[in-house]
Design a protein around this ligand. Structure first.
Ligand SMILES: Cc1cc2nc3c(=O)[nH]c(=O)nc-3n(C[C@H](O)[C@H](O)[C@H](O)COP(=O)(O)OP(=O)(O)OC[C@H]3O[C@@H](n4cnc5c(N)ncnc54)[C@H](O)[C@@H]3O)c2cc1C
Length: 388
């Protein structure tokens, strides 16, 4: 592709930001269009990067994508630092899978050790006895034992998305706030029409576009998360992707050294993780029938607080500072959609509950596909043609 090639990326979450960044690195003109809808998953996501405890193996495409995504992070962070965007919210704080009963933990440890051969980034895997998890994450119940996984990490979704977008902008990408509709002629997509728009930065400069403004493009990438089906319906695709609502709580323990606390994964929710400045995140609900209702419910918050009180009684005096709501983009078969839909249009969406882990890698793979390069991974299992 030549430097005059223009590619429009629809979406403003981690996947769109990553597609934009990887394309801008290759010197093509990139325009991102972001509708700024309530409830993007990236803004609500907890930030756990520890895919190795999930079921599946390297032959399982969803697990492989997440595990590749976790592996890619250090390389991506080095690239961003080279581009003047050091990302500081990523930390390899380790993970503790905890349980009151040590027997299931031994089975998980065996699985992790078997995976180490292919995934050395898992790091140390060590069974720790009752009381040790509480020593490392003080609000926990003293009766819990655990498995320590040193490669576990956490990241702030908003922060990595913004770093990717800033790095893309520094390489000439421009950004439009507005709702994109695919523009198509003769069976192919030729650009987008955008309503409610404002251009910010990049080679396009800054200014206001008229409503319904047409932006022509050599290719469009739809990375609109849970809203991807609506966007693609315009060209006759009925993609089975939609929202799974997640409500997630942020609490504060002033003075606690939360930034170095490990990620806590109990057999059932809530998981717990620490961020700087005394912040602890606990979550999250998984609601498949709430549609795009952007609201906090008594049942959702109540259930999480009750479960948190059981495993982490030390949080009872924490201040409840924020509840976030986000829509995980989930597909009917649980696998993301990464591939070509028609002439001039590609899709990259549907990372479900692990999009902060797999999102940057998904974006890199989609960018390669758009550029006609060999993708860094086998994308056949994610081809949207399986739903045609
Ligand atoms: C509560 C919760 C906890 C989570 N925890 C984790 C975790 O610990 N680890 C992990 O790996 N993952 C986690 N996830 C999953 C992860 O957050 C998502 O998979 C990921 O953020 C999806 O990113 P995305 O870019 O595909 O979608 P989104 O972030 O949802 O972005 C989609 C964007 O598209 C825009 N858009 C939609 N329609 C249009 C249009 N027509 N024109 C222009 N723009 C449009 C929207 O405004 C939105 O900004 C969690 C998710 C939730 C909700």
């Amino acid at each position: 592709m030549s430097p005059s090639t223009r590619i429009v990326v629809i979406g403003g979450g981690i996947v769109a930001a990553s597609v934009a960044y990887h394309l801008a690195r290759q010197g093509v003109q990139v325009v991102t269009v972001e509708a700024d809808l309530p409830g993007p998953a990236t803004s609500a996501g907890a930030g756990i990067i520890c895919p190795w405890t999930e079921p599946g193996d390297d032959a399982d495409s969803y697990y492989r994508l997440s595990a590749d995504g976790a592996r890619y992070y250090p390389q991506l962070l080095a690239m961003l630092a080279d581009d003047g965007q050091p990302e500081t919210s990523y930390a390899r704080v380790g993970t503790l899978c905890v349980a009151a009963d040590e027997r299931p933990l031994a089975a998980i440890a065996a699985t992790l050790r078997a995976r180490l051969r292919w995934r050395p980034e898992i790091g140390e895997v060590e069974l720790v006895g009752a009381g040790e998890p509480q020593r490392r994450f003080p609000p926990l119940s003293p009766g819990l034992a655990g498995i320590w996984i040193s490669g576990g990490a956490r990241i702030d979704g908003r922060s990595i998305r913004d770093s990717l977008l800033r790095a893309a902008t520094a390489r000439g990408a421009s950004r439009i706030v507005g709702t994109a509709v695919l523009d198509h002629r003769g069976g192919g997509v030729t650009g987008v029409r955008v309503t409610g728009v404002r251009v910010t930065g990049g080679t396009g400069g800054t200014g206001v576009l008229g409503a319904g403004e047409r932006i022509s493009a050599d290719a469009v990438v739809v990375a609109a998360g849970a809203w991807t089906a609506q966007v693609c319906a315009e060209i006759g695709w009925q993609l089975p992707i939609g929202p799974q609502r997640g409500q997630i709580l942020h609490v504060e323990l002033p003075g606690a050294a939360t930034e170095s606390w490990p990620v806590i994964l109990p057999p059932d929710d809530p998981y717990l993780l620490g961020f700087p400045a005394g912040r602890v995140v606990l979550g999250a609900t998984r609601e498949d029938n709430a549609g795009f209702e952007y609201r906090v419910t008594v049942g959702g918050v109540g259930a999480m607080l009750a479960a948190a009180a059981g495993i982490a009684p030390g949080l009872s005096e924490a201040t409840l500072v924020e509840t976030r709501v986000g829509f995980r983009p989930v597909t009917k078969d649980g696998r993301p959609l990464i591939g070509r839909l028609a002439d001039g249009v590609f899709v990259a969406a549907g990372n479900g509950p692990e999009g902060l882990t797999a999102g940057p890698w998904t974006g890199a793979a989609a960018a390669a596909l758009v550029l006609g390069e060999r993708p860094p991974a086998d994308l056949a299992p994610f081809d949207p043609a399986r739903f045609r």
